[in-house]
Design a protein around this ligand. Structure first.
Ligand code: FE
Ligand code: CA
Length: 503
């Protein structure tokens, strides 16, 4: 079957499956429970995680999705083919009210570097079919098509970019944070948040995640390929830092709020048991290897950071350069450099949240206190660490800023001495609404920053042992449905030669 035909089949099947539930023939009083779709994640050479959550009434205010208190078994199947003629793994997991009847299955025993298809059955219903992909065998380096995006505000527009991502049939998808937004419903946007208030308790976070997951375009993006998600701030609260809240609203204990937000995040993502949160703590930073080709170091720059310097915002702030300040926390910093120094693959991708390169906002040195510029010593230690280890293939992947950017990472930003890596910043799926294709955010203050675009979309990368081919992909509008996607800028990053090159 040609890739195009198969792509069409899968995308079409996913689009319709949520509407026309297939009964397995078992008489049941239950309503269709797979309203949130299916997902896979965390690919390994021998398996991946499968996810779904039973929620026949996903927006019920109690956050329980219309499920009773009873435990419910969920059967799962993994097959070689999308008709499930050759089922290669199957089993059953018990879903519980304590975890919002979410199912997380860590499948093992599969072949490396292969496509598989999966589905669930529960309460007499069969789920939509998803495609998952195993990582290639250790030491092998087949070409990898990876897409990454961030900042998917449900109210700000339609998730057309997610639909277009699904149509690309990637091997892997990275979401770099702001998967949901915590704010109250607005009266001016194209869609309305549920619940209508700013979310702060577990029921609220569950309803908000469920609302996002009901979107058919998002369901398609999850069902087409395994994801590696990491959160940024809005999965809890705008610009929070560790246990320091951003503002006083809503009132209440922020530790409890973070615990609720992290728990709901885990319940709605295809993550491994190593990520199960304990109270307000959740180990989200982790490494995923893609054969001998690449290592994905997925970072968490929210949970362990020092508070933003000088009261946050964009400003001149000498305290931002205090060597004691940390964005990653000491443990994650050591873990990252240790992992990079092991040279596990040709390319080191740092999947993370906030702008990494220096970006001066004005000639007096004003810069963003929420990004790595507010923690510059932490950035310098990382850059010097990988540079001293002789690593030439570091690519930092970033979200957060609702614009696309591309930069060379400099050993010294002031003197523009030596390129030591490359940063690709994805724009948002929707956040910021329709953009402005002619806006120019480049400045002579930042000569290492080469590209800027204010439109919505994602980044496509095709990685081989010799290069990363980069395409910045955009849709013209998100407040109207169904725009096509187009490439407006391409680069090549050559192995052994850090920085952006013309393709
Ligand atoms: Fe955002
Ligand atoms: Ca953010």
């Amino acid at each position: 079957m040609s890739p195009l035909t198969r792509r069409t089949l899968i995308a079409g099947g996913i689009a319709s499956a949520g509407v026309t539930a297939l009964s397995s023939g078992t008489a049941t009083a239950a309503a269709y429970p797979f309203t949130l779709g299916v997902a896979s994640g965390e690919p390994a050479p021998d398996g991946f995680v499968l996810w779904t959550r039973l929620a026949p009434s996903p927006l019920n205010a109690d956050g329980l999705g219309g499920m009773s208190a009873a435990d419910v078994p969920v059967e799962w199947q993994v097959a070689d083919d999308e008709r499930f003629a050759r089922v290669v793994r199957s089993g059953s997991v018990t879903t519980t009210r304590a975890w919002a009847h979410s199912a997380h299955v860590e499948v093992t025993g599969l072949q490396p570097g292969r496509d598989y298809f999966y589905r669930f059955r529960a309460q007499g219903f069969i789920s939509p079919t998803g495609r998952a992909v195993t990582a290639p065998a250790p030491g092998t380096s087949p070409a990898l098509t990876m897409l990454f995006t961030s900042c998917s505000h449900y109210e700000a527009g339609y998730f057309t970019a997610y639909r277009r991502m699904a149509e690309e049939h990637p091997h892997l998808v990275l979401h770099l944070g702001d998967y949901i937004y915590e704010g109250a419903a607005s009266t001016t946007n194209v869609r309305k948040h549920a619940p209508a208030v700013e979310i702060s308790g577990l029921a609220d976070y569950r309803v908000r995640h469920a609302q996002y997951k009901t979107d058919p375009d998002l369901q398609a993006a999850h069902a087409i390929a395994p994801w590696l998600p990491v959160w940024d701030d809005h999965e809890v609260e705008n610009n929070y830092a560790n246990l320091v809240r951003n503002d006083g609203s809503p009132a209440g204990d922020f530790r409890a709020r973070r615990a609720a937000a992290y728990k709901a995040y885990y319940e709605h993502m295809p993550l491994r048991s190593a990520q199960i949160p304990v109270a307000e703590n959740m180990r989200l930073y982790r490494r995923v290897r893609w054969g001998g080709l690449a290592t994905f170091h997925m970072l968490d720059t929210r949970q362990y950071r020092d508070d933003q310097a000088c009261g946050d915002g964009t400003k001149v702030c000498p305290e931002a350069d205090d060597p004691s300040r940390t964005l990653t926390g000491a443990a994650q910093e050591a873990w990252l450099l240790d992992g990079m120094r092991q040279r596990l693959g040709t390319w080191d991708f740092l999947g993370q949240q906030v702008f990494f390169a220096q970006r001066l906002a004005s000639a007096d040195g004003a810069k963003s206190m929420d990004s790595w510029d507010g923690y510059s010593a932490n950035r310098d230690r990382l850059q010097r660490g990988w540079d001293a280890a002789g690593l030439r293939n570091t690519v930092v992947l970033t979200g957060d800023v609702h614009r696309s950017w591309a930069s060379n990472l400099m050993n010294n930003y002031k003197t523009q001495d030596r390129i030591v890596g490359t940063e690709l910043v994805t724009t948002s799926v929707t956040s910021g609404g329709d953009g402005n294709a002619t806006e120019n955010g480049l400045s002579d203050l930042n000569p290492h920053v080469k590209f800027y675009k204010n439109l919505r979309g994602y980044v496509r990368t095709v990685t081989t042992p010799t290069q990363v081919a980069v395409d910045f992909r955009f849709v013209d509008r998100v407040t109207t449905r169904d725009y096509p996607v187009k490439t407006l800028q391409s680069y090549v990053i050559e192995a052994g030669n850090p920085g952006l090159q013309a393709p």
